[in-house]
Design a protein around this ligand. Structure first.
Ligand SMILES: [Zn+2]
Length: 236
């Protein structure tokens, strides 16, 4: 069993770093995606603001067109009124229509002024968003470059470690011991074997019973820490 343990210890020397490299390889693209999603959220918001500004301008144009039509109608009615000075009833009707049209123009113009202000506010908002996005995109380009470099470095490191691991892999390790070790590696963040310091497991810093220390020292079986499950090893 000492042979098994020392073969596993050989692997453990590499496996913590392998686990770290693998974690990096997962973390880096995930971080990049989070940053990218944040920028995309702002880009969506910018598109919404621009769309709203466009809608407001369409409405302003409609109001302007309507006011033009009203003014034309007023001129027409004024001409007709001038030609029918004798007919009081008709004259009153014309004057009423002119007043109504003028009132509508005035109301529309008020609305128009408000809408122009709104459109300008939206333009300002869009410009600010665009500036933020440009800044973030520049930062993101740097960040993504770093991520690529770190990713490539982690991949290279991992490849080197895995090659070393292959060379160290001993056929003398019984399959059950290897599968226990492998399971613990992933369950315990790359550390399947814990050193003992006196009675204290250096994996979880809990004390183990004395008889267990004796069993570890005897070295005829793999002994697991009762609290973190790691395989215990006494370096002494
Ligand atoms: Zn432990």
């Amino acid at each position: 069993m000492q042979e098994t343990l020392s073969a596993l210890l050989q692997l453990q020397e590499l496996d913590r770093d392998i686990f770290r490299a693998q974690t990096e390889l997962k973390r880096l693209p995930a971080e990049r995606n989070v940053r990218k999603a944040e920028i995309e959220k702002r880009q969506t918001r910018l598109a919404e603001v621009r769309h709203e500004a466009k809608q407001v301008r369409v409405r302003i144009k409609e109001i302007e067109d309507l006011s033009t039509q009203h003014r034309q109608r007023i001129r027409k009615v004024e001409n007709e009124a001038a030609g029918s000075r004798q007919d009081m009833a008709l004259l009153v009707a014309y004057q009423h229509e002119i007043r109504t049209l003028k009132k509508e123009i005035s109301t529309s113009e008020e609305e128009g002024v408000q809408l122009v202000e709104k459109a300008e506010g939206l333009d300002a908002q869009a410009a600010a968003l665009q500036a933020e996005i440009d800044k973030e995109l520049a930062l993101f380009a740097d960040f993504a470059g770093n991520v690529d470099r770190e990713f490539a470095a982690a991949e290279k490191r991992l490849k080197g470690l895995q090659d070393q691991r292959k060379a160290r892999m001993s056929s003398k390790v019984p399959p059950e011991a290897l599968s226990l070790y492998t399971r613990l590696l992933s369950a315990r963040e790359g550390v399947a074997i814990a050193h003992l310091d006196g009675r204290t497991c250096q994996g979880c810093f809990m004390e183990i019973p004395t008889n267990m220390v004796v069993r570890v020292n005897r070295g005829v079986e793999l002994v697991q820490c009762p609290s973190c499950d790691r395989i215990l090893h006494n370096p002494r």
